[in-house]
Design a protein around this ligand. Structure first.
Ligand code: NAD
Length: 553
């Protein structure tokens, strides 16, 4: 069965389910598959290679039907995108519990996953695809912007990247935030993307300024814009491994080099070089083993070029797609010589429980988001970065699907903000409930030794008790839906992570849940980093009263 009609979440404040939590889960699932939001909705693919919202169309239909019937004291269970049971629980419990792509560790490989997927027993949930809180490219935009700004501060001592040149790869679901984030930071950013249609889409969405076909054109445009100190984004149709090598051969060394192609998946993500894009797609269908080998060989070459840029003085970092691990597997023994973006720039934020918090307006009315923007600017007026961010986002981010806002708030701020928003729903200032959620790439919700937990101070990179505790405490605290996934961001075998979403429908029950969930969820981030010995986390815990039994005075 294939659903060909365009999916679009209902708007407005009329309930079609038996409660706002079920309604929110339904609307956010539909929103994940809105053609404005999803990369390939016909295949149920939301972003990140083959990150899906539901296992297949039968499952999708049944999830929607189950949510419509679900009582306010029942919980729907989702196993890898398929609705498998409904149980009577409690009105304080989550309405949906989701487990996606989890495999027993010794079986946790792409080969085994694809075997199961072929037999329709599993799906890949990525992070926010299978947990129904993807909000389009804005979801990663602020994080990408923050990473570029922090990299700028580190190398040049300034957050203003005017006249600086960033080279990167990938313009898909999440990677498509790079061109706009680089431009917001003031830089000229060149994004190499093998699939022309992806660049065209980002230009249409206002995320990218120019499309060029050749390295010559790209260089000329980069030079011109840098000289004029004009912030701009350019998409170059090509394969990263080839373009990077060509730039090196010509002696062109960018200020910053990174990559966000879907290298986490060497079969259905990364595209090998030495053939056209169309030939690669054909090879993927006809000879998957050769495709995988060629993709990994190309990743090895790609990483060699990144190492050469580093050697030549560029600031090089991995952008969370696990490309270094595949390059190492293919013999690039020093692939990890350049760091991941979390230890390089983001971990201090995680220590304060900060991460990609976001909210979406179920009304569909942008005015609701503008009102929450104004509230955030008023409540956090002393945070100049946050205020600037909201101003820039209002100007530069086009809505995709339900209007939404990303804002990296930390421990102590998330629940205060959400409680105010809940009041605004209650008194009618906002026209319908708001959902609060976050990426699984958050401070206390993920174990991913090549990404979020790379190089932890105490060596606990691979300990995945933390995301499991995170999901358990969010369930115990009454989040609206909670998810536990494996393999997101970096691929099978490399990560375990958890998500939660919470609906502010203006009720007292919602306020109670907000006061619990939005304290314990970022609190897990503070506790996880304090336990690993990070000073900022220890100070945050002490100053803000996170109760950690074994914290020394
Ligand atoms: P996507 O599949 O939607 O897009 C990836 C893009 O890379 C595609 O458009 C594809 O055509 C292009 N591509 C693949 N191989 C290429 C090559 N050799 N040369 C040029 N272009 C190539 O995936 P996405 O959602 O954009 O995610 C990209 C990667 O970033 C994934 O690995 C994902 O897990 C990771 N990710 C990182 C973060 C983070 O915060 N750092 C967050 C989310 C996702």
């Amino acid at each position: 069965m294939k659903i060909t009609t365009n999916i679009r979440a209902p708007r407005g404040n009329t309930l079609t389910c038996k409660g706002w939590t079920q309604e929110a889960a339904m609307r956010m699932l539909m929103n994940n598959l809105d053609p404005e939001v999803a990369e390939n909705p016909d295949e149920l693919i939301v972003y990140g290679g083959i990150g899906r919202a539901a296992r297949n169309w039968e499952s999708y239909k049944q999830i929607i039907a189950s949510l419509k019937k679900l009582e306010n004291d029942e919980t729907l269970l989702i196993q890898s995108g398929k609705p498998v049971a409904v149980f009577r629980t409690h009105e304080h419990s989550p309405r949906v519990l989701i487990a996606n792509s989890n495999l027993v560790p010794a079986w946790a490989t792409w080969d085994h996953f694809y075997e199961l997927e072929d037999r329709d027993l599993m799906m890949y949930g990525q992070m926010t695809a299978g947990s129904w809180i993807y909000i389009g490219a804005q979801g990663i935009l602020q994080g990408t912007y923050l990473s570029f700004v922090e990299a700028g501060k580190k190398v040049f001592g300034t957050a203003d990247l005017r006249g600086k040149f960033i080279l990167t790869g990938g313009m898909g679901g999440m990677s498509g935030a790079q061109p706009l984030a680089g431009k917001m930071a003031g830089a000229v950013i060149l994004v190499v993307e093998v699939d022309r249609t992806r660049i065209e889409r980002k230009i249409k969405e206002g995320y990218c300024d120019y499309l060029v076909e050749t390295v010559d054109e790209a260089i000329a445009l980069v030079d011109k814009l840098r000289n004029q100190k004009e912030p701009a984004s350019i998409g170059l149709v090509g394969n990263c491994a080839d373009v990077n090598r060509e730039l090196l051969n010509r002696g062109i060394i960018p200020d910053f080099v990174t990559d966000q192609t879907s290298a986490h998946d060497p079969i259905n993500g990364y595209v090998p070089n030495g053939m056209t894009f169309e030939e690669a797609l054909e090879l993927r269908k006809t000879d998957v083993k050769t495709y995988e080998r060629r993709a990994k060989e190309t990743m090895a070459e790609h990483v060699r070029t990144m190492l050469a840029f580093q050697e030549a003085g560029a600031e090089v970092f991995d952008y969370g797609n696990n490309i270094r691990a595949y390059a190492k597997e293919m013999g690039v023994t020093n692939a990890f010589d350049f760091p991941g973006f979390v230890p390089a720039y983001i971990r201090p934020l995680f220590c304060e429980g900060k991460g990609p918090f976001r909210w979406a307006a179920l009304s569909g009315d942008p005015e609701d988001i503008y009102k929450t923007d104004a509230l955030a600017k008023e409540m956090f007026a002393e945070d100049e970065g946050l205020v600037n961010w909201i101003d820039m986002a209002q100007k530069m981010v086009k809505w995709q699907g339900l209007p939404a806002r990303i804002c990296w708030l930390g421990y102590g701020d998330r629940h205060r903000f959400a409680l105010k928003v809940n009041e605004m729903v209650a008194n009618g200032e906002l026209s319908a409930p708001i959902v609060f959620g976050r990426d699984h790439l958050d401070s206390g919700s993920v174990a991913s030794p090549n990404r979020e937990t790379e190089g932890m101070l105490d060596g606990s990179d691979a300990v995945s008790d933390w995301p499991i505790l995170n999901a358990l405490v969010n369930t115990a605290s009454g989040a609206s839906w909670v998810s536990v996934h494996h393999g997101g961001g970096v691929g099978m075998g490399y990560s375990q992570h958890a998500g939660q979403v919470l609906v502010a429908d203006g009720s007292e029950l919602a306020a109670e849940k907000i006061a619990r969930v939005l304290v314990s969820d970022p609190g897990m981030g503070v506790a996880r980093h304090a336990d690993a010995g990070y000073d900022i986390a220890v100070k945050t815990a002490k100053n803000k009263g996170v109760h950690i039994p074994m914290l020394k005075d």
